[in-house]
Write a protein that binds this ligand. Structure first.
Ligand code: SF4
Ligand code: SF4
Length: 294
C-alpha cells in the first residue's frame, strides 16, 4: 500500500476525493482543494470524531481518511460546559448502549476502575453523546482522557512487572552462580584432598612405623641414660662432700702448737685411726670426724 483515497472537504473551493501517496505533506493536499480565506483550522477525520491537525507539515498516513477545512461558520465555538442534568439523552443515542453520563462521572472523578466496569473501552468515540448533550459536555474528550490514563497506568504496571521479573531473574541467576561456584570449590577441594591422601597416608604410616621402631630401639638407651644420670648425680654429691670436708679440715684450728710431745703423739695416733676408718668405710657412709674421734 503506497497510496489511499482521502476526502478533502469543508471550507474549500474544490471538495473531492484524492488518491494521495502515503507520506505526502498535508499542506500539499489541502492546497489542491483551494481553501477559502476564512479557513481557521483543519480536522483529520469526521466532524464528530475528527481531531484538529496541529501542523500541516504532517504526512498522509494509512489512517488519513478525511481532511476537513474548518471555519468559524462551519465550526462555531462550543458553548460553555454546563453540569450534567442526567437527562439520559446521551445513553439513548449511544450505538453501543453504554451509559455515557456514568462514564463521564467516573472519568471526571478519576475513578478509572469504575469506568472500565462500565465498559469504557467499548466506546468507539463516535461523538453522538456529545452532540446531543444539552449541557454541552465534551463527553468524548472525557472518555479519551480516561482511556489514555488507563493505558499509561497499564504501561507503568507492565514496566514495573518487567522490572520485577528482571530483578527476580537476576537474583536467581546470582544465587545459581553462587551455588555453582560453591560446588566447583567443593569439588576442587575434594579432588585436592584425595590427591594428597595417598602421599600423606604413606608418610604418616612411615612416621608411625618410625615412631614405633624408634620407641622400641630407644627403650634401652633411655634406661641406660637414666642409670648414667643417677651415677653422675651421686658422683657429683660425693665430690661436693669431699670438697667440703677438705675445706673444713683446712680451716679447722688444730691448737697443737702448745701441746706436749706425748699429746702430739696421741693426736697423731687418732688421726691415723681416723684415716684408716675413712679408708675402710664407703664414701656415702663416711663417719663424721667428731664421732670417729670419740
Ligand atoms: S446528555 Fe449530557 S446532561 Fe444528559 S445525561 Fe448525558 S451527559 Fe448528562
Ligand atoms: S462516544 Fe462512546 S459513549 Fe458516546 S455515544 Fe459514542 S460510543 Fe457511546
Amino acid at each position: 500500500m503506497i497510496s489511499r483515497i482521502v476526502t478533502l472537504t469543508g471550507n474549500v473551493l474544490q471538495p473531492r476525493n484524492w488518491e494521495v501517496r502515503l507520506g505526502t505533506p498535508l499542506c500539499d493536499l489541502v492546497a489542491l482543494g483551494q481553501p477559502k480565506a476564512d479557513t481557521s483550522k483543519y480536522l483529520m477525520g469526521g466532524p464528530m470524531m475528527g481531531f484538529e491537525i496541529p501542523d500541516l507539515a504532517a504526512p498522509v498516513i494509512k489512517a488519513t481518511n478525511c481532511v476537513i477545512a474548518g471555519s468559524p461558520t462551519l465550526f462555531p465555538p462550543s458553548p460553555p460546559e454546563m453540569p450534567c442534568i442526567r437527562c439520559g439523552a446521551c445513553a439513548e443515542v449511544c450505538p453501543h448502549e453504554l451509559q455515557p453520563f456514568e462514564l463521564y462521572w467516573f472519568a471526571r472523578a478519576r475513578n478509572f476502575g469504575k469506568t472500565q466496569e462500565y465498559h469504557l473501552f467499548d466506546c468507539i468515540e463516535c461523538g453522538c453523546c456529545s452532540y446531543v448533550c444539552p449541557s454541552h459536555i465534551p463527553l468524548v474528550q472525557y472518555f479519551r482522557f480516561a482511556k489514555s490514563e488507563i493505558w499509561s497506568r497499564e504501561r507503568e504496571k507492565q514496566a514495573a512487572e518487567a522490572a520485577k521479573a528482571r530483578f527476580e531473574l537476576r537474583n536467581a541467576r546470582a544465587e545459581r552462580e553462587q551455588a555453582e561456584k560453591a560446588e566447583r570449590l567443593a569439588r576442587a577441594s575434594t579432588a585436592r584432598s584425595s590427591e594428597r591422601k595417598p602421599a600423606s597416608a604413606v608418610a604418616s604410616a612411615a612416621v608411625v612405623e618410625a615412631g614405633v621402631s624408634g620407641a622400641l630401639a630407644s627403650e634401652p638407651a633411655v634406661a641406660s641414660s637414666a642409670v648414667d644420670a643417677d651415677a653422675q648425680k651421686k658422683a657429683t654429691i660425693v665430690a661436693a662432700m669431699e670438697r667440703a670436708r677438705a675445706q673444713r679440715a683446712a680451716v679447722q684450728p688444730r691448737n697443737t702448737g702448745q701441746l706436749s710431745a706425748q699429746q702430739q703423739r696421741e693426736i697423731a695416733a687418732i688421726e691415723a685411726r681416723r684415716a684408716a676408718l675413712q679408708a675402710e668405710s664407703p664414701p656415702d657412709t663416711v663417719t663424721p670426724p667428731e664421732r670417729a674421734a670419740e
